[in-house]
Design a protein around this ligand. Structure first.
Ligand SMILES: C[S@@+](CC[C@H](N)C(=O)[O-])C[C@H]1O[C@@H](n2cnc3c(N)ncnc32)[C@H](O)[C@@H]1O
Length: 284
């Protein structure tokens, strides 16, 4: 089992990690992905965590439907806390997972009953003595450069083997700063994969089927997060007014802008991003 070397994490990725932690607490599930809403909720329909958990299970089924016949071994890159790896294992695949996060490692081992090998490392630093039939990036492609992804995957696969990517991507190359700006520009990812010898076999845009999860997180954040925050601020204002004054200043200085941006996440997604599942094959 490898040890992670020192990891340089960009600010955008740190925002994403904070969002992952929030999401983990919110869903209480073993998946860290957006899920796949088979029925798109209507305007004004209540979005519940029960619906989200169903969407997360449906996502695994949807994602795995892209796995070609004959695949036996899978490397789950950025495996999170084990939801996908466990489901793959239950479907008869031989799986290994990696992620550069000790909290995820603990939960992964718990959720998979210690039956699936876990490597605590970034993909960029991962070394393996054997190759895989398929390398999976389920919402983890955005955390590394397109070159590292493409060349790293090509190294771990034999000719004719597969790479399966499911993630948010930027269709708008001009969207360069903000919460989703670490997602790859779709054309750049495509070019890097072709350069590394991959051929696109199939792809599907599932943007509309993941978007309700963004709405659900925002509703919960507005309803529970912000109202709780405001209640605490009100209590502090009554009990310790000077602390409230400093807090208000700090809020305006550091928090107001990222919170406003977070609340606009759905519009940002609709205007600049898409969500695709892509199956690639390493050329023979
Ligand atoms: C949004 S979570 C997705 C987790 C899981 N694949 C799923 O679908 O539920 C992103 C995952 O990518 C991992 N990750 C972040 N940077 C990475 C890197 N450089 N190499 C490999 N994994 C990385 C995170 O630790 C996390 O496990």
């Amino acid at each position: 089992m490898q040890k992670s070397k020192s990891i340089n994490i960009s600010k955008a990725t740190r925002y994403q990690n904070a969002a992952i932690d929030y999401y983990m607490g919110l869903t209480g599930s073993s998946y860290l992905h957006y899920g796949y809403w088979e029925i798109i909720p209507t305007m004004g329909e209540e979005l519940t965590l029960t619906h989200l958990r169903a969407a997360q299970a449906a996502y695994a089924t949807k994602l795995f439907s892209f796995i070609p016949e004959g695949i036996k071994t899978v490397l789950d890159v950025g495996c999170g806390i084990g939801g996908n790896a466990k489901s793959l294992c239950e479907r008869g695949f031989s799986v290994e997972g990696l992620a550069p996060d000790t909290i995820q490692k603990e939960k992964f081992i718990q959720n998979t009953n210690g039956k699936i090998p876990f490597y605590l490392t970034t993909f960029e630093n991962f070394q393996s003595s054997h190759s895989y039939d398929l390398v999976l990036f389920s919402e983890s492609s955005q955390y590394m450069s397109v070159e590292d992804l493409a060349q790293g995957a090509a190294r771990l696969l034999n000719s004719g083997s597969y790479l399966l990517i499911a993630d948010m991507m930027r269709f708008d190359a001009e969207y360069k700063a903000g919460i989703f700006s670490n997602c790859h520009i779709a054309n750049e990812l495509h070019a890097a994969l072709e350069k590394a010898g991959f051929k696109l076999i199939t792809s599907e845009d599932i943007s509309q089927s993941i978007a309700p999860t963004i709405d659900l997180c925002l509703t919960n954040f507005r309803t529970f997060g912000l109202t709780t925050f405001k209640y605490i601020a009100d209590v502090v204002k009554i009990a310790v007014p000077p602390v409230h004054s400093i807090g208000s200043w700090a809020f305006k200085r550091w928090l107001e802008k990222p919170i406003a941006e977070g609340l606009a996440a759905r519009q940002i997604f609709d205007n600049h991003l898409c969500y695709q599942i892509q199956l690639w094959q390493l050329s023979t």
